[in-house]
Design a protein around this ligand. Structure first.
Ligand code: TRP
Length: 341
């Protein structure tokens, strides 16, 4: 609980690609909704992005792009704190202190590490990839966040964070708030258009996998018209992997337009085939993204605007993070530096 009686929430997205409609419908939209009720911290986790190789110039550009998109989707810098993870050095420092406490066995069990490292050559897997969850724990624990909006794929990392916080509290005394996962309402899990059994990802190379938030309307339409479906013609929600493509299109449609599953299915009862469904989904997505892109362009056009918000956000974040870090350092027995006069 903070001074103003609000619970604190923290979340982040990696600038490891272009944000997709999956990021919006699955995460960002919830962030916008919680900012009134929670003391909110939203960061762009650039230090997480470098756990796999990144092109420096692209990383810098994507970091600003993601931050500007936070604003464009409606996160209000007056209410929420928006910042770049690496602008608050306490994240790196607490991550090291926690690394010294994190059992290797726990880290080795993380499914994301196992999946990502399985695709890489042994010699190119950086130790940062293994330590990724420890950095994420530092992000959350520095702010004593009570609630963390995360998707299914990050649940295990949040469990790890809770376990690590408990371990610290047990060894050194009550220091960290134990965070809870905040699970977004159902129906917001968007799958890849080209491979609808796999979650839509922002770091996928194939051209028809994802709709990006900054895709122009013509590209959005083209991508959705090419979405993988099946050879049937029944437009209904379904758990059948065969129908995953149609299910995904309906999920996107419902996430944007609302209504119950029955209402959505009824809306397509008279459709002549998947083409009609795709057209309706494409128009919904275009309608959703056009105003967002307009705001994005305005934000980027205003010289200094974004960077001012980020400087302000980093200062606000650092004030809280540094206080937690000082307490952690003290509890672990690190000698406090005396300021030089
Ligand atoms: N690991 C998260 C993801 O890939 C991103 C992340 C980093 C995060 N730090 C966080 C999410 C802290 C929530 C809280 O989605």
């Amino acid at each position: 609980m903070t001074e103003n009686g609000k619970k604190r929430v923290l979340s982040g997205i990696q600038p490891s690609g272009s944000l997709t409609i999956g990021n919006y419908l699955g995460a960002l939209r919830q962030w916008v909704a919680v900012q009134d009720d929670y003391d909110s911290f939203f960061c762009v986790v650039d230090l997480h992005a470098i756990t796999v190789p990144q092109d420096p110039e692209t990383l810098r550009q994507k970091t600003r792009e993601v931050a500007a998109l936070y604003l464009a989707v409606g996160i209000d810098p007056e209410r929420a704190t928006i910042f770049i993870q690496s602008h608050v050095p306490a994240h790196s420092e607490l991550a090291w202190l926690l690394t010294c406490l994190a059992p290797l066995g726990w880290l080795n069990r993380m499914t994301q590490f196992k999946d990502k490292s399985a695709k890489m050559k042994q010699d190119s897997i950086g130790a940062g990839l293994l330590n990724y969850p420890t950095l994420m724990a530092a992000d959350i624990l520095l702010y004593q966040a009570e609630a963390v909006p995360v998707g299914d794929d990050q649940r295990q990392h949040l469990e790890f964070t809770r376990d690590l916080a408990q371990r610290f509290n047990h060894l050194y005394g009550e220091t960290f708030t134990i965070p809870e996962a905040m699970i977004p309402p159902a129906g917001a899990r968007v799958m890849g258009l080209d491979e609808p059994t796999k979650k839509m990802s922002k770091s996928e190379d194939s051209e028809y996998h994802a709709v990006y938030l900054l895709d122009p309307p013509a590209r959005i339409r083209k991508k959705i018209m090419r979405a993988v479906t099946d050879s049937g013609r029944e437009i209904c929600f379904s758990d059948d992997p065969e129908k995953a493509g149609v299910n995904n299109l309906l999920t996107i449609y419902q996430a944007i337009n609302g209504g119950t599953r029955e209402e959505v299915e009824t809306a397509f009862a008279a459709a002549r085939g998947y083409g009609d469904l795709k057209k309706a989904v494409a128009e919904s997505v275009v309608g959703l993204l056009e105003p967002l892109q307009e705001r994005y362009n305005e934000i980027m056009a205003e010289e200094g605007y974004l960077d001012d918000i980020l400087a302000h956000g980093a200062a606000r974040a650092a004030a809280i993070a540094n206080a937690t870090l000082a307490e952690v350092r003290d509890r672990m027995g690190l000698l406090a530096p005396r300021s030089h006069s």
